[in-house]
Structures are given as structure tokens and as C-alpha cells.
Design a protein. Structure first.
Length: 328
């Protein structure tokens, strides 16, 4: 058995072992990470008695992208996938090319799922996790971003987050296949490319190696902490729920960081989007720093307001937004 192929198969087997699903999908780009995952996913999936389907997204951003996608699908079938489909998308919308392509890709993969009891395996490696952590640190996005990608976030599964990119590349060499190299992976216009080619190599040099593994460990530790805090916040949210809002008396007794987690979950459930730390702190001030201030405007045409000992979220057209507080 080839050593690196075995390492990728082992990672997939350990990931799938405790799970239950009716169908295994594998996102395949034609690059080394996804091809190594396709082979391992097909091998292990069949051992577990699962049908295995490869899904190839054609973003249409480069000349010849349809040919590259078709070749990736053919190769996935040769590597053991029962079926392989090409999903063609249009990349549009705000946030730059990287963000728009990611949205289109995830939407296409999700729409391709036949039922709820299914997984889509993604080929993100330990190096990708390290890049994600660095992005979160550099942008000051908070612990949720620094915690990186979750191994299991249904329907998404990332069995290779502890596997270095060098292993997937070596696995492809052992399999005798030549991965497609996306020219955009060398384009310095993209932030991740510069992290990969400039920042991480410099950190490796300055810190004497081991940086991707250290960043991945940091992400894993933060995820454990976040999961614990999120469970506590869920309990507190249940206690604070009241008719037409949240009971401020219950929330006021809790530490501010735990309150903000409650508020984040509550506001997302109410339809708020793209919440920032500044949004959450402003809403939390209606509880922990109450001075009779008016409501807080939020993305999604919502406003959070305090009245009669309750915190409520309303559509802006229905909101009072006055500094006046009856009953407070």
C-alpha cells in the first residue's frame, strides 16, 4: 500500500466511522486535494456500503473551464466514484471574485443533494485551515473566524483538516495521476494566494517551522471552547425567551460575552444578516449599559429595541426608535 494514499484513506475512514449517511458526495475540482479525497472517499465509502458521487463545479471563469470540469469528472469515475456530475454556475454578486465564486459553488453543491441524509466531502487540508485562521486574525473577525473551518458542518464534511497539502500531492503521485493546477492559485490578486506564497513561508522561516500545524491546533482548541459557550448560550436563550422578545432581567445576570452569544443566535433567527461585533455590542448595551438610548439598526431592515423589561426585534417600518422607554 502506498503510504500517502493510505494516510488519506485513514483520515476519511476515521471521519466517516461515527457518522451515518445514505449517500456520499465528493466535491472535485481536479486539484490534488480533491482528487486524493475522491480516491479515498470512493474506497472508504464503498467499504461502508455507500453510493459515491463526485460533484464538479464549473465556475466558467477561465477559458476551457468546461473541458477541465469534464476531465475532472472522468478522472473521479476512474478513481472509483459511481457517478460524476458537472454543475455549471454563474459567478456574480458582491464581495469580490473569491467570495462570489465560493457562494456560487456552495449553492450549486447544496442544490445537487437528493435528500437530507447525505454528506458532501470537501478537500480542505491543514494548510487551508492555517490560511483561514490567519485571515480571521488579520481581519479581527473574532474567535468564531479564528476557529477556522469545522470538520463536520452538515451537509459539509472536511476529513482532511489534519492532513498536510504535501500528503495529498504525494498521494496523487503514488496514484499516477496528474492534478490540474488552477492558474488562479498563483495569482497575487487573491488574498489567500499571498498568504500561501508569502506570509506562511515567512512565518515558517521566522518561527522555525510547524506553523500550519500550530494554527490548526489553535483553531481546534477555539472550536472546543466555542461549542461549550454556545451550549451555555442556548440554555440561557431558552430561559430568557418571553412573549414578544427576551427577558432583560434574566439576561442582565449573565456575563456580557455569554449575552452576546445569546443575542447573536436570537438575531440570526429573527432574520438579521452579516452581524458584526459592533452590532452585537450595541444591542448588548441595551441590557448592560442602559441609559435610555433608542433602538439599534441592524442588517436585514431590523431594529432591536428595549421596552417594558423586554428586548424585541422589529422591522424598521414598525419600529419606534425613540429614546423613550415605557416601563424601563
Amino acid at each position: 500500500m502506498n503510504e500517502q494514499v493510505a494516510a488519506v484513506r485513514r483520515a476519511v475512514r476515521e471521519f466517516l466511522g461515527p457518522l451515518s449517511c445514505g449517500e456520499l458526495n465528493i466535491a472535485v475540482s481536479g486539484g490534488a486535494d480533491s482528487l486524493a479525497l475522491a480516491e479515498a472517499g470512493a474506497y472508504v465509502g464503498h467499504q461502508f456500503g455507500l453510493p459515491v458521487r463526485a460533484l464538479v463545479v464549473d465556475h466558467g471563469l477561465q477559458e476551457g473551464s468546461a473541458r477541465v470540469a469534464a476531465e475532472a469528472a472522468d478522472l473521479a469515475r476512474k478513481l472509483g466514484a459511481d457517478t460524476a456530475e458537472v454543475l455549471t454556475v454563474q459567478v456574480t454578486g458582491p464581495g469580490g471574485l473569491e467570495a462570489a465564486a465560493r457562494r456560487a459553488r456552495y449553492a450549486a453543491l447544496r442544490n445537487a443533494l437528493s435528500h437530507g441524509n447525505t454528506l458532501v466531502l470537501l478537500g480542505h487540508t491543514r494548510d487551508d485551515q492555517a490560511e483561514t485562521v490567519l485571515l480571521g486574525l488579520g481581519r479581527g473577525s473574532g474567535p468564531r473566524s479564528v476557529a477556522g473551518m469545522r470538520p463536520l458542518d452538515p451537509p459539509w464534511g472536511r476529513p482532511l483538516l489534519n492532513v498536510p497539502r504535501s500528503v495529498t500531492q504525494a498521494a496523487c503521485a503514488e496514484l499516477g495521476i496528474e492534478p490540474w493546477v488552477d492558474p488562479q492559485n498563483a495569482d497575487p490578486r487573491f488574498t489567500r494566494v499571498r498568504l500561501r506564497t508569502e506570509v506562511l513561508p515567512l512565518l515558517e522561516d521566522v518561527l522555525n517551522g510547524g506553523v500550519p500545524a500550530a494554527l490548526a491546533r489553535t483553531a481546534a482548541q477555539l472550536r472546543e471552547d466555542l461549542e461549550t459557550l454556545d451550549a451555555l448560550a442556548e440554555d440561557l436563550l431558552g430561559q430568557a425567551r418571553a412573549l414578544r422578545g427576551l427577558d432583560i432581567g434574566v439576561l442582565a445576570k449573565a456575563p456580557a460575552p455569554l449575552r452576546r452569544r445569546v443575542l447573536r443566535r436570537w438575531l440570526l433567527d429573527a432574520g438579521a444578516r452579516d452581524l458584526t461585533d459592533a452590532h452585537l455590542r450595541s444591542v448588548d448595551a441595551l441590557i448592560g449599559d442602559w441609559r435610555g438610548q433608542g433602538g439599534v439598526w441592524l442588517p436585514g431592515s431590523l431594529v432591536a429595541e428595549r421596552s417594558h423589561g423586554r428586548l424585541a426585534v422589529n422591522r424598521r417600518a414598525d419600529a419606534r426608535i425613540t429614546g423613550n422607554t415605557r416601563g424601563d
